[in-house]
Design a protein around this ligand. Structure first.
Ligand SMILES: [Zn+2]
Length: 231
């Protein structure tokens, strides 16, 4: 397949929605999405239209990330790494880096966590426009209510269908996966229905579908420091 060219890069949005779904790649919120350059285009202009450098992000994740990272090196990235294994989603909209992962993965996960401000809450960063935590907390509460209805329902098939539909509307896939963790059949369906949450092999196939150019071969390879106030 010939490499697909997106020039200007904004033309990639429809294909990115097909590949990643209508949610922010970092916080998983269904918000007004912007095209995010994983390696900032201000640092590597040659990657501005590179399909493998593009994901979708909400305004808060996109703005918080800015052009801080020089390259992909040293961070986990939602389009190529197992962020599901790295982050734990908890009641009250809390996200934290898991303890039970390798030190190397934990270090990279902490860097991504701080890069996009995944743990920001009003008490720490009272930014009225940053609704990520509040929306995640709402999603958790809705998911718990739906789970309760699912568990009490006489027709699990019908309620399961409804749960998946509501999850797709509300977004925050990881929240639903956590709340329905005792119901593997529903988790399996959530994985099927949310594009971009497939197995890593499938994610990698989609990421490189249009071009084989390696982003990781470009730019500085030295790793950034680990934030001191890591969770
Ligand atoms: Zn976001």
């Amino acid at each position: 397949m010939a490499p697909k060219v997106f020039s200007p890069y904004q033309q990639a949005k429809a294909d990115l929605l097909d590949r990643l779904g209508k949610y922010c790649c970092y916080c998983e919120r269904p918000a007004d999405l912007h095209i995010d350059h994983i390696v900032p285009k201000s640092r590597h202009s040659e990657l501005e239209e590179d399909w493998t450098n593009l994901v979708l992000a909400c305004v808060n994740c996109n703005a918080t990330k800015g052009n801080q990272n020089e390259s992909r090196a040293g961070y986990l990235w939602p389009d190529q790494d197992d962020t599901e294994a790295a982050f734990e989603y908890c009641r009250d909209g809390i996200v934290q880096v898991r303890n039970e992962i390798s030190e190397s993965m934990r270090t990279k996960a902490k860097r991504l966590f701080h890069l996009v401000g995944l743990g920001r809450r009003p008490a720490q960063n009272p930014t009225a426009s940053d609704l990520r935590w509040r929306k995640r907390r709402e999603a958790w509460s809705i998911a718990e209510s739906v789970r309760s209805m699912f568990e009490q329902a006489s027709d699990h098939t019908q309620m399961g269908d409804l749960a998946v539909k509501v999850a797709k509307g509300i977004g925050f896939w990881s929240v639903w996966m956590a709340v329905f963790s005792d119901h593997p059949h529903i988790c399996e369906r959530l994985r099927d229905e949310f594009v971009g949450t497939a197995s890593l092999v499938e994610c990698e196939r989609r990421r490189t579908a249009f071009t084989r150019k390696s982003v990781q071969s470009l730019g500085p390879t030295s790793e950034p420091p680990v934030p001191r106030s890591a969770p």
